[in-house]
Design a protein around this ligand. Structure first.
Ligand SMILES: *Cc1c(COP(=O)(O)O)cnc(C)c1O
Length: 451
């Protein structure tokens, strides 16, 4: 039975009746494929039935049975201020009263675009869309339209949304044709995507020596967040920049996860590498459906109505979504915001590593800003002493992760239900939440070691 450790004054029901989440999941499976509207939510990797949430505030989420959890998912990234932040909710409700959507330009679109551009000046022109998938899909089309080339390069373990060109897995060699990673992706489309190992400069150079003149763009998560958290190693992004410059290919940073999450100027600010195009999402929408793509003025001038690359959206730049994003970014960009949230995350990661060590569990972490990855394995023996490749991620112990996940959940801590998701800390996570999380983790690591 569920133990309610961290009750915050809201009811924490303890009953023997079937949990409401389970009944809802039974019903949802008759409505939606797998009972969910996005696959990772279904708990398939960790087993068990997903929790249905009814409410969230700050660092805490409440499920349909009234149980409360400290949340490290943050809606998979957007909720960097914590849930239902007063400033964001006020902005959204105020804006909504003036109408939900006009299909015409609004002043607030300028405001959000200006704020993004202020901190990420590489986006000389940008366009708002409604999801990260839409942003990356559009950026790829722009790169192809601008260069007149079809091939694109992506990296193993990076996720860029679910458009056809980007749902491709690696062939066995650097230049074998990409194979579809999903049914329904035409082989001819997948064949235009080359997948290379992340953080492998040699493979990158070999690829460009052979195919550089055919490559429209390289797309990369400068800090991979969809295989745990795996930052680019020193020199890797510079090497990509150099290869792209030599061959006339465009460099696309997919900062849907890292933008306004690792620093206010994103991974491009942190690492000092300037992409030609950038994609954004998650935090810039503050929890509403928002994405954006943008970059060099000459490249973005190819987008309709100025140029021949078509891209459009009925709800693009939606005023309510812009209001949520603007209210969020206004707070996130304040001095000291990232210092605080980064040090909270550091305390958490150091605590996890110490506790795992005490329990004799093989374990290591990665962290950049308020984003982290936990890996049930020894630190790799590479020069960085940390996880830097997809193979190293895959070598982690998934049973240990599952045990840890369920032990934490039972103790009132909600982690992403997959070892391949990053964890996220919000500015609402304070000392109390970190301490409670570490108390839960001490016990969870013991359970892992005795399994
Ligand atoms: C989440 C994510 C996407 C996809 O965004 P959606 O809004 O889910 O379509 C693309 N790229 C990266 C790096 C992401 O983390």
């Amino acid at each position: 039975m569920f133990e309610c450790r961290f009750s915050e004054g809201l009811p924490c029901k303890m009953s023997n009746a079937k949990p409401r989440s389970e009944s809802l999941f039974e019903a949802s499976q008759r409505l939606m494929p797998g009972g969910v509207n996005s696959p990772v939510r279904a708990f398939q990797r960790v087993g068990g039935a997903p929790l249905f949430f009814r409410q969230a505030k700050g660092a805490w989420v409440t499920d349909e049975d009234g149980h409360q959890y400290i949340d490290y998912v943050g809606s998979y990234g957007p909720m960097i201020l914590g849930h239902a932040h007063d400033a964001v909710i006020d902005a959204v409700t105020r804006t909504a009263r003036n109408g939900l959507s006009f299909g015409a330009p609004t002043a607030i679109e300028n405001e959000l675009a200006e704020l993004v551009q202020q901190y990420m000046p590489s986006l000389e022109r940008l366009r708002m869309v409604s999801s990260g998938t839409e942003a990356t899909m559009s950026a790829i089309r722009v790169a192809r339209g601008y260069t007149g080339r079809d091939r694109i390069v992506k990296f193993e373990g990076c996720y860029h949304g679910h458009s056809d060109a980007l749902l491709v897995k690696a062939g066995s060699g650097a230049l074998t044709l990409g194979e579809p990673d999903s049914l329904g992706v035409p082989a001819a489309v997948a064949a235009q995507t080359i997948t290379l190992p992340y953080n492998d400069i040699d493979a990158l150079q070999t690829c460009f020596q052979t195919a550089g003149s055919e490559i429209a763009a390289v797309i990369i998560e400068p800090i991979a967040g969809n295989m745990g958290c795996v930052p680019a190693v020193a020199g890797f992004l510079d090497a990509i920049r150099e290869q792209c410059d030599q061959s006339g290919s465009l460099l696309i940073f997919d900062e849907v996860m890292t933008g306004f999450r690792v620093a206010r100027d994103g991974a491009q600010g942190l690492y000092g590498v300037k992409p030609d195009l950038t994609t954004l999402g998650k935090v810039i929408g503050g929890g509403m459906p928002v994405g954006a793509f943008g970059g060099r003025e000459d490249v973005m001038s190819i987008v309709a109505p100025l140029g021949g690359v078509y891209q459009a959206g009925t709800l693009s730049g939606n005023p309510v979504a812009m209001a949520a994003g603007l209210a969020t970014l206004e707070l996130v960009t304040q001095d000291g915001f990232f210092e605080d949230i980064t040090s909270t995350t550091e305390v958490l990661m150091t605590g996890f590593e110490d506790l795992a060590g005490q329990a004799g569990v093989s374990f290591t972490t990665n962290q950049v800003g308020a984003m982290f990855g936990i890996f049930f394995r020894e630190p790799p023996t590479n020069s960085d002493g940390r996880v830097t490749t997809f193979d190293e991620v895959l070598a982690a112990n998934s049973d240990a992760f599952n045990t840890f996940f369920h032990a934490m959940l039972k103790a009132g801590v909600y982690l992403a239900p997959s070892p391949f998701e990053s964890g996220f800390v919000s500015s609402a996570h304070g000392e109390k939440e970190v301490a409670a999380t570490l108390t839960a983790a001490a016990d969870a690591f013991k359970q892992v070691s005795s399994n």
